[in-house]
Design a protein around this ligand. Structure first.
Ligand code: ATP
Ligand code: MG
Length: 242
């Protein structure tokens, strides 16, 4: 029987908001405007996933699918240093793949599944940063929306299947509707892109907004079983922290 585990975000307050952390066998989505910390959180999880945790969790390897070319090994080194981990070992435990278009992004999941199968029980986390960016480029026309949503549905159901079959946490980042113009004055009005398909596919949705300086505000979005309260966290040189 597969035992569900939870990965720490680096912030104990954020972990608590999430009911313990980012859960395996499910998809967690984080969305928010630019510079809200989605990529920084992705990098922090790359490191915390390698550390032992509660309930006998022993840590493991990470697969990172990067669609925006924002993966930064230097950031991982700094985060590893914060947790007193060997920097080289931390980097070696992260498999990196760049996706060039939405079709390639989907095809990469074949290699991901093959790798997870080959090294059974070793991989604990799969990150897609960001899940919608390439779809928005490849299906930008009004008339392409139905096609986009159909392809997105295929991607998300594959991600869900992988999370369950290999007992990994799937963590995806997402964008909001107003990213080409100014963000709405009321950040609570910001909506994630991806429509119903993404809404249904994500088990947990986390909304981020900017606070003062390095502080950010996180809120659970639309959850049937988690409280909709807010917490604040900080983006530091050592990654996400309280
Ligand atoms: P986008 O939508 O553009 O992808 P994002 O939500 O992924 O944005 P991040 O790249 O995760 O945003 O966060 C950027 C923020 O992280 C910036 O405010 C930046 O100042 C901060 N940041 C990046 N590196 C460091 C660091 N070494 N120390 C402290 N803060 C950092
Ligand atoms: Mg980013």
């Amino acid at each position: 029987r597969k035992q569900i585990f939870k990965l720490s975000t680096g912030s104990s307050k954020l972990d608590k908001l999430l009911g313990g952390g980012i859960e395996s066998m499910s998809i967690t989505e984080v969305f928010g405007e630019f510079r809200t910390g989605k990529t920084q959180l992705s990098h922090t999880l790359c490191v915390t996933a390698q550390m032992p945790g509660p309930n006998g969790y022993i840590g493991g390897k990470v697969m990172f699918i990067d669609t925006e070319h924002t993966f930064r090994p230097e950031r991982l080194r700094a985060i590893a240093e914060r947790f007193n981990l060997d920097q080289t070992a931390v980097l070696e435990n992260i498999l990196y793949a760049r996706a060039y278009n939405s079709e390639h992004q989907y095809e990469l999941l074949n290699s991901v599944a093959a790798k997870f199968h080959e090294e059974a029980g070793i991989f604990k986390l799969l990150i897609v940063d960001s899940v919608m960016a390439l779809f928005r480029v490849d299906f930008s026309g009004r008339g392409e929306m139905a096609d986009r949503q159909q392809k997105l549905g295929q991607l998300m159901s594959r991600l869900q299947k992988i999370s369950e079959e290999y007992n990994v946490a799937v963590f995806v980042t997402n964008q909001i509707t107003s990213d080409f113009g100014a963000a709405p004055a009321d950040a609570d009005l910001q909506k994630p892109v991806g429509g119903n398909i993404l809404a249904h596919a994500s088990t947990t949705r986390l909304a981020l907004k900017k606070g003062k300086g390095r502080r950010r505000v996180a809120k659970i979005y639309d959850s049937p079983d988690l409280e909709e309260s807010e917490v604040t966290f900080a983006i530091t040189s050592g990654g996400i922290d309280d």
